[in-house]
Design a binder for this molecule. Structure first.
Ligand SMILES: [Zn+2]
Length: 520
């Protein structure tokens, strides 16, 4: 055997050396990028647990839950007494707030039926910076009658049992409203003097869009020339179970998606009419169905440069090496990251604009060819995109002149009584002083979480303050810790809050006010 045939020649050896060197250099480059992800977490000591009268605080929340403040699209259906009684309960439960803060409602905002409350804690002569606005809402969604029997404790009972306080609104959002009131009452009793005006807004119609509540309050603020350094509403929270992250993630919403309802309609000519026994090649139903199928199989483009990207910037450095490798080299591993996020409905919604057909209408007789068919498409639009760019994308996908997209009418051709769309919000800063104060407060109260900005996929009342003449930064975060089962309780059966968590919420708001409006 000729040994020379087994040993590579000089040229081949050189090729292998180059090849291996390039592989090693590549690996080193990827590893360098992974190691180079610097932690953005603020390091701050946890604060000592403050001495809160837990029995009294829980009794206040329990009372609050017992008023059935359900908001209906038709205001006439609201239980006015429940809203009035809730307000009276706040007045008697929080004497220091009642005495020291200005309270505005109803006529002040030009509408006697506006039951939203705005409290102003004036800094007086101490005032040194723009005001802050902390928001919550005290209306709740209705209970589905068929589900009442499934509640372990009646939805408006406010019962404390098994370490939880039970009832509609405990999470969404009376828990936060009452925690805010408790925090202010405690600070007032301790003699705290804010260095800037503090506004508290407690909405009464968030669940139906806030048109009669916070929309009017925002208008009132503009008319008074009030400038806010930030507004904080519900939206984000502390979640266990972010893939690749061991500790819980505290997600602060820095933007929220917009929405769009479109009537997608096929209208054929009368000449296409006829008996179902002699069907034409295509019918309105067939045309509409194939367009719907096409849209459902062609998702909107994933956006790693949006909320998901910012979240990864913050959470990536806290993850294991393999995850850091992918996140630190996200252009290279883009498709892996996108696939992972696309795999669950919740993370998919964070990644892209979503579309779902929610209603459909077609045909008029069992044996006649349908000339019209229409579907309502419901879309949630990613911040950074717009209603116009969304419509453009849809048209480029459908490519069929027989199909029209209408935003001004409903399925039955009537004008809409609710707006067809809301543009996505602006994107607030994740480096502002307000964001830093939020970040710091979270770490002081919940030391073992990783903080990150993200985009909220639902709509909140904070959208009414998304206006540069009022404030630059709008944040969305409620200080509760939930796993997936906990998230499902919101608007669901057996909504409840862990009593310990409610007490933590009071501590959070108290510390946040000290950080934002205390002496520096
Ligand atoms: Zn809510």
């Amino acid at each position: 055997m000729n040994i020379a045939t087994l040993c590579p020649g000089k040229k081949t050896r050189r090729f292998f050396v180059y090849f291996l060197t390039s592989i090693v250099a590549c690996c080193l480059f990827l590893a360098f990028n992974a190691m180079n992800l610097k932690s953005r977490q603020i390091k701050v000591p946890a604060i000592d647990k403050t001495n809160i009268d837990q029995t009294a605080a829980l009794a206040h929340l329990s009372n609050a839950i017992q008023f059935p403040t359900v908001s209906h699209s038709n205001r006439a259906k609201n239980n006015g007494a429940a809203f009035q009684d809730f307000q009276a309960m706040l007045e008697s439960s929080y004497p220091a707030v009642t005495t020291n803060l200005n309270r505005y409602t109803g006529e002040e905002f030009g509408d006697a039926q506006n039951s939203s409350l705005l409290y102003q804690w004036s800094a007086g002569r101490n005032k040194g910076a723009p005001a802050i606005l902390l928001m919550a809402h005290y209306d709740v969604v209705a209970i589905e009658q068929t589900s009442v029997a499934e509640w372990q404790h009646p939805p408006f009972s406010g019962v404390v049992d098994g370490g939880y306080l039970w009832g509609r609104g405990t999470l969404d959002n009376k828990g936060a409203a009452i925690a805010l009131m408790e925090a202010c009452e405690r600070l007032l009793k301790a003699g705290f003097q804010p260095q800037r005006d503090i506004y508290l807004s407690l909405g009464h119609d968030e669940e139906i869009g806030g048109k009669y509540g916070n929309q009017q309050i925002a208008k009132w603020m503009r008319s008074k020339g009030i400038r806010l350094s930030m507004a904080l509403d519900e939206g984000g929270g502390i979640y266990q179970g972010v893939p690749g992250l061991e500790q819980p993630a505290a997600l602060i919403g820095i933007a929220e998606k917009g929405y769009l309802n479109i009537t997608m309609r096929v209208q054929l000519n009368q000449t296409d009419a006829g008996h179902a026994s002699i069907p034409s090649e295509e019918t309105a139903i067939g045309i509409l169905s194939s367009a719907l199928t096409k849209l459902q199989h062609t998702p909107f483009p994933a956006r790693l440069d949006g909320g998901v990207g910012r979240m990864l910037d913050y959470l990536g450095p806290e993850m294991s090496f393999l995850n850091r490798l992918a996140i630190g080299n996200r252009q290279l591993f883009r498709s892996i990251i996108e696939n992972q996020f696309s795999s669950t409905p919740a993370s998919n919604a964070a990644l892209r604009t979503t579309l779902v057909p929610t209603m459909i209408e077609a045909g008029f007789a069992e044996n006649a060819l349908p000339l019209t068919a229409a579907a309502n498409l419901h879309l949630r639009i990613q911040p950074g995109e717009s209603v116009e760019s969304t419509l453009r994308f849809l048209r480029s996908m459908i490519k069929d002149d027989r199909i029209t997209l209408q935003t001004d009418q409903t399925l039955d051709g009537k004008p809409r009584d609710q707006p067809a769309f809301r543009e996505p919000s602006r994107i607030s800063s994740d480096t502002s002083d307000s964001f830093q104060a939020l970040h710091r407060t979270i770490k002081q109260i919940f030391p073992n979480v990783a903080v990150a900005p993200y985009f909220v996929v639902a709509s909140t009342d904070s959208a009414h303050y998304d206006d540069p003449s009022l404030t630059k930064d709008v944040y969305r975060f409620t200080p509760w810790k939930l796993d997936q089962a906990g998230v499902a309780l919101i608007h669901g059966v057996n909504e409840k809050i862990a009593t310990k968590q409610f007490i933590q919420m009071i501590r959070f708001y108290e510390q946040l006010l000290l950080n934002l409006a205390g002496k520096t």
